[in-house]
Design a protein around this ligand. Structure first.
Ligand SMILES: Nc1ncnc2c1ncn2[C@@H]1O[C@H](COP(=O)(O)OP(=O)(O)O)[C@@H](O)[C@H]1O
Ligand SMILES: [Mg+2]
Length: 356
């Protein structure tokens, strides 16, 4: 009898031993695979970080302060009047493409920080978003503009998921707290996004809701209770830029903002932009070549783009100066039509200029 019990005991000990041995071995091989994969991925990421293309000229030539923005004197003055001083306001900038709206928005906060009585601190943040790529999810699982609640059901086996704790992810409006939120192409926001944004502008904080939140749940950390009770602060000034007409922007947004209009650039403005950009990217350009670009470029971005191509042409030819012929060849090859040539002016026929 005893020997039967001993054999049974031995059998079960063996089975249990085998079970734990296999489990341990599998766990070890899983963690080894994970470690190997993560090492490979880390090396790949590191390699990627060492590869850099040159900075686009549009970036190198981007105005670094408000004084470098050409041809928008009234617009810049209006931005200063709206944003600088003790009582900054929300701003909407209208204007055609490539005339300096984004450039002006990006330098506006730094200008405001230097003004007397400004409420912006030295560390106030400038948060830039683009409405054309702002994902909106009707179930509010992800909302990069306003913020969202990550419910436990979406957190899977993580610590928060297992404990049934909803996690709050702050959006751009809260990241911009105390500073400026710049929404480029604001005219492309969806109506529901605009309505939520208006509520934040009104309340200066974002409130969250979740079916998984309970005041009584002791597993929920104190700061999450605080967030659900009091919201996350979102006190910022909005700068929106758009190529759309004012009539296309919801009245509720317009009425809360100072509306500022940027002009199409004149030929003189574009010439100045080209000289400035040429200096920053360190190339020589003949005066008649500058004049030629200004005749054909529809805006500042266009002008800088032509200049970038000219820079490459002289580099490849091992020459020092950008000439009229270089520009004429670019304009002809890239099918530029005359942007700002008035009807009474003698038009240079670029089709007769031979490529180099
Ligand atoms: N008014 C301007 N003054 C100086 N540079 C300008 C101006 N407008 C455009 N540019 C040049 O063109 C580029 C694109 O301008 P951007 O501000 O992005 O135009 P927008 O936002 O109006 O479409 C800038 O980086 C700059 O090099
Ligand atoms: Mg822009």
């Amino acid at each position: 009898m005893n020997s039967v019990i001993m054999i049974t005991q031995f059998f079960f000990t063996l089975v249990i031993g085998m079970y734990f041995f296999t489990k341990l071995r599998n766990e070890k091989s899983d963690s080894e695979t994970l470690a190997n994969n993560s090492k490979k991925e880390a090396e790949h990421l590191n390699c990627m970080r060492h590869i850099h293309l040159s900075e686009p000229v549009t970036e190198t030539a981007r105005p670094k302060n408000v004084n470098e923005i050409i041809g928008q004197d009234d617009g810049i003055r209006a931005i200063k009047a709206a944003l600088c001083g003790p009582d900054p306001q929300h701003i909407l900038i209208y204007g055609p493409a490539g005339v300096g709206k984004t450039a002006a928005a990006r330098v506006a906060l730094e200008c405001a920080k230097k003004s007397n009585g400004t409420p912006f601190s030295k560390n106030a943040k400038f948060i830039e978003t683009d409405a054309t790529i702002m994902r909106y999810d009707e179930r509010s699982i992800a909302d990069p503009l306003i913020g969202s609640v990550h419910d436990p059901i979406y957190q899977g086996a993580g610590a928060y998921g297992v404990a049934g704790v909803p996690q709050v992810k702050e959006g751009a409006v809260s990241k911009a707290h105390g500073g400026v939120l710049f929404i480029d192409e604001i005219g492309e926001l969806q109506t529901c996004q605009i309505n939520k944004l208006l509520k934040v502008l009104e309340d200066r904080k974002v409130m969250f809701e979740s079916a998984y939140y309970s005041e009584e749940n002791k597993k929920i950390p104190t700061y999450i209770h605080d967030v659900f009770k009091n919201g996350i602060p979102a006190d910022f000034r909005l700068i929106g830029a758009t190529t759309r007409k004012p009539e296309e922007i919801p009245e509720a947004v317009r009425s809360r903002c100072v509306e500022i209009y940027f002009n199409p650039l004149t030929r003189d403005n574009i010439e100045k932009i080209i000289y400035g950009a040429a200096e920053r990217i360190k190339i020589n350009i003949e005066q008649n070549a500058v004049e030629m670009i200004a005749r054909y470029a529809k805006n500042g971005r266009d002008a800088v783009k032509i200049l970038q191509m000219a820079k490459n042409i002289i580099f490849l030819d091992n020459r020092r100066n950008v000439t009229l012929d270089d520009i004429a060849w670019i304009l002809k090859t890239c099918h530029y039509t005359n942007g700002y040539i008035s009807s009474d002016e003698k038009i240079i026929d670029i089709s007769v200029i031979k490529p180099k």
